[in-house]
Design a protein around this ligand. Structure first.
Ligand SMILES: [Zn+2]
Length: 270
């Protein structure tokens, strides 16, 4: 299976990188698997009996902004301080070596691909990004870069400072698609997806390696996207790297390991 994966990478004329929460694990980021996984990372929410789904809800920004920004401010700071693991650089090296075109599709809101040097114009963040803000109302379709400093009390998980909308003064919120979210502005993501469509048209005749990492079936957006690419494109092979749910139908390739380990194993055979 590693040999086949290495051959697929070797022969790729274009890469589509699809990544879910498991991609960040090797950088030390939590992937919030189940309530207990979430509470281990955030004990204050265990005391309050609040799940990830309940915390990741836009209504907090209206009802109790210090709570809403406590959760998202903490994550903003965490992602800003995270150094992308070596796997990101391995992929960049493959792209350069093959002189290949590429596109990244991720459900992660953490901005780690940009941080690792991937081109912002070749990334689709299907659930938005924590590094961009919008008005919580929203009063307009404005989406702006998140330059805010958001200190959070680690005991109470409440924000000491609340970012506001520069246009109307209301509380702002991350431009992330949350649970039960009717006010998310999709425009930035739609523009990215339009670039992805163009990329797929331009590369339709090329041999494409779809490298999927850490995408689980609980929120199956990324898995479904990889499979669609694998079925719809004539010359695409999906390499699914996942320690718990690696299954995918042949001729696509299943690698039961973590993202960094899988990438290193392929890399060693090139
Ligand atoms: Zn506003």
């Amino acid at each position: 299976m590693f040999t086949e994966a290495a051959r697929t990478v070797n022969e790729a004329e274009a890469f589509v990188i699809t990544a879910g929460a498991g991609m960040g694990v090797d950088s030390g980021l939590p992937d919030f698997r189940g309530d207990h996984g979430f509470w281990q990372v955030y004990p204050p929410y265990a005391r309050l009996g609040l799940s990830f789904v309940e915390c990741a809800n836009p209504e907090h920004f209206t009802r109790d902004p210090a709570f809403g920004w406590g959760f998202y401010g903490h994550r903003t700071n965490l992602y800003r301080n995270t150094i992308p693991h070596a796997g990101f650089h391995i992929i960049r090296r493959w792209i350069e070596r093959n002189s290949a075109d590429y596109f990244v599709v991720t459900s992660n809101v953490d901005g780690q691909f940009q941080k690792a040097g991937f081109d912002d114009n070749r990334i689709a963040e299907v659930h938005g990004s924590i590094h961009w803000l919008q008005c919580q109302t929203p009063c307009s379709s404005n989406i702006w870069f998140n330059n805010e400093v958001i200190p959070v009390n680690a005991i109470t998980m409440r924000a000491r400072r609340i970012p506001h909308c520069p246009d109307c003064g209301e509380v702002s919120r991350p431009n992330i698609l949350m649970f039960g979210d009717w006010s998310w502005l999709p425009d930035r993501t739609r523009i990215q997806e339009h670039r992805l469509d163009n990329f797929l048209v331009n590369n339709a005749d090329r041999r494409i390696a779809v490298i999927e990492m850490g995408a689980g079936s609980a929120i199956p957006t990324i898995r479904a996207a990889s499979e669609r690419l694998g079925w719809n494109l004539m010359n695409a092979t999906v390499i699914r790297i996942n320690p718990r749910e690696p299954d995918i139908q042949a001729p696509h390739i299943s690698m039961p390991c973590g993202a960094l380990e899988g990438l290193q194993k392929i890399d060693a055979l090139l």
